[in-house]
Design a protein around this ligand. Structure first.
Ligand code: FES
Length: 107
């Protein structure tokens, strides 16, 4: 199973197993990771699943759809150039080793 590395705002790295075909948000929530609220459950209406993707990985992800682009303007922490909503990132084997940073807040 792919492993995704979440960096916390405090500088820790937490390794999370991520099932292919499911979202990165779901992997974080299932692992009980603090820092991903995901209030809407992946319906793309809350922007509380914000992550900042490591620059080296960002271009390897499919680009955000228009709906995600709109919601990225609603994140509590300032949007960064490589910000994404983790509910819209579908894990596959090629994402093994993906590195993302949690924003300082989701609210
Ligand atoms: S979980 Fe709500 S927008 Fe991603």
């Amino acid at each position: 199973m792919p492993t995704v590395h979440f960096r916390t705002a405090e500088g820790r790295t937490i390794d999370v197993p991520a099932r292919p075909g499911r979202s990165l948000m779901r992997a974080a929530v299932d692992a009980g990771l603090d820092g991903i609220a995901a209030d809407c459950g992946g319906c793309l209406t809350c922007a509380t699943c914000h992550v900042i993707v490591d620059e080296g990985w960002f271009a390897r992800l499919p680009p955000p759809a228009a709906d995600e682009e709109s919601m990225l303007e609603m994140t509590a922490a300032e949007r960064q150039p490589t910000s994404r909503l983790s509910c819209q990132i579908v894990v596959d084997a090629a994402l093994d080793g993906l590195v993302v940073t949690l924003p300082p807040t989701q609210y």
